[in-house]
Design a protein around this ligand. Sequence first.
Ligand code: NAD
Ligand code: UGA
Length: 459
Amino acid sequence: MKPKFKKNILCIGAGYVGGPTMAMIAYKCPQYKVTVVDINPVRIDEWKSNDLPVYEPGLDAIVKKTRGRNLFFSSNIQQGIIESDIIFVSVNTPTKTFGVGAGMAADLQYWEKTARQILQYSQSPKIIVEKSTLPVKTALAMERILTSNNNVHFEVLSNPEFLSEGTAIKDLEYPDRVLIGSGLTQSGLQARDELVEIYANWVDEKRIIRTDIWSSELSKLVANAFLAQRISSVNAISALCEKTDADVGNVAGAVGFDSRIGDKFLNASIGFGGSCFKKDILNLVYMCRCNGLNEVADYWDHVLRINDFQKDRFVVNMLTAMFNTLAGKKICLFGFAFKANTGDTRESPAIYVARRLIEEKACLTITDPKALKNVRIDLKGIDEKVTCIDDPYEAAFESHAIAIMTEWALYRDLDYDKIYKSMVKPAFIFDGRNIIDHNKLYEIGFNVYPIGKPALSHF
Ligand code: NAD
Ligand code: UGA
C-alpha cells in the first residue's frame, strides 16, 4: 500500500518558533506529515486545544486547517523520533546563567539533550535541521554526538528562523529569504536539496539561499545584531534630539530616505525587548571574546549598553518631569508585551520600567490586551504594588501619569479627552513608542513627553 505521506517531519520544541513554523509547513505541504513534540505536556495540550499557547494573528486559522490532517502535536518524543525522516530542532537556547560564560554564552543544555535523544531512539537515517539560534560550530558538536555510537547516518543542516513575533504568519508565508546551510559533501548537499524541496512548495527558489553551514549559523546572529544595532542607533540619536530640539522622527525619516540606509526599523522607542536580540548579541560578543576579538566584542556590546541607557533615561525623564518624586503616585502602564500583536513579554522594556517605578514607590496599574497573564510572573516578589486591568480607561482612572510601553494600535485611538478628565492633575503622558498625537494631547491638557522630540509641557 502506498504510504499516506511522502515523508515524516518531526519538530522538537513546540514554542514560538516550532509551533507556527511547523503549522506553515503542514499548511503548504499536505504531502508531508508534521509532528511537533515537547517535553512540556501542558504546552502540547494547549496546542491541541482551542486556546493555543502562542498568540499570532492568522495562526489559529492555519492550525484549524491542518491539525489532525497532517499536523499533529504529541508528548511522545521517542515515537516521534523513530518515525521521522527529517527532524527540526527548535528548542530554547537562552543565555547561560551559571558557570563559564554565565550571563553571555548560549545555554546549550536543552539542545544537547535533544541531540542525545535523537541518537538514543533513531533506527533509520535522518536529516537534522537546526532551527534554534545557535553559536557557530554547534552543528559540529551535534554531528559529533550523533556519530558517537550508532550506525545510523545523520546529516545536520542549519536553517535559522527569521520570523518576528506578531507578524510570524506573514513572515513564514512570504519570507524575505530562507537560509539553508549544509556540509559541502555529497550527502550534505543532497540533504540540503531535500529541505529546499519542502520550502519550494511556497517560497520562490530565488529567495532560498543555499550556503555552508558555518555561514548559515553566523548569519542568524548577525542579522539580529544588525537589526538591534539600528534601533540602538536611532535611540542614541533620540537622546541627542531631546537636548537639541530636533525631532527624531524627522531625522530618521530624512536618513532613512537614502535607499542605501532604508526606512525600516528606525522607530525610536523605549528600547528593544524580546527573547532574542539581547541573548543573541551576548552570544556574539562572547564568541568574539573567546576568539580574542575584544574590539569587535566591545563594538557589539555597545548596542546593548545603549539599549539599557535608553530604558534608564525613560525612567529618569519620568521622575524629573514629575517633580522628582513618584512615591505614592499612581502610574498606569499602557502595554506590557515587548511589542504589539503578541502576548510575549520576554525581556520586555515594560518589566524594567515597572521594577524601577516600584523602587521609586509608585503604585502601578498595568493594562495590555494580550500580556496581562505574564505580569505576576515577570514582577514576582514586587507584584503587590501592581494592579492589572483589562480596560485602559479603567486602568488610567485617577492616575498621575500614563506611560506607553507597547505600540498596540488601540492606544492610538483612545478617547484621551475622557482619560484626561479622569486623571489626577497635572496629568502626564510619557510616550515610549511615539504613537499618539502629541499636539492633540497637549491641547487636551496633558504634559506630553515623547521619545526624541521636544516635550510639550504646560509649566
Ligand atoms: P520557546 O521557549 O518558546 O520554545 C522552546 C520549546 O522547546 C519549549 O516549549 C521547551 O519546553 C521545548 N524543549 C526544550 N528542551 C526540549 C527537549 N529536550 N525536548 C523537547 N522539547 C524541549 O522558544 P522559541 O521562542 O520558540 O525559540 C526557540 C529557538 O528559536 C531559540 O533558539 C530562539 O533563539 C530561536 N528563534 C526565536 C524566535 C522568536 O521569535 N521567538 C525567532 C527566531 C528564532
Ligand atoms: C526579531 C527579528 O526581527 C526577527 O527577524 C528574528 O527572527 C527574531 O528577533 C528572533 O530571532 O527571535 P522579534 O524580536 O520578534 O524579531 O521582534 P522585532 O520586530 O524585531 O522587535 C524587537 C524589539 O525591537 C521590540 O521590542 C520592538 O518594539 C523593538 N523595535 C523594533 C523598536 O524599538 N524600533 C523599531 O524600529 C523596531
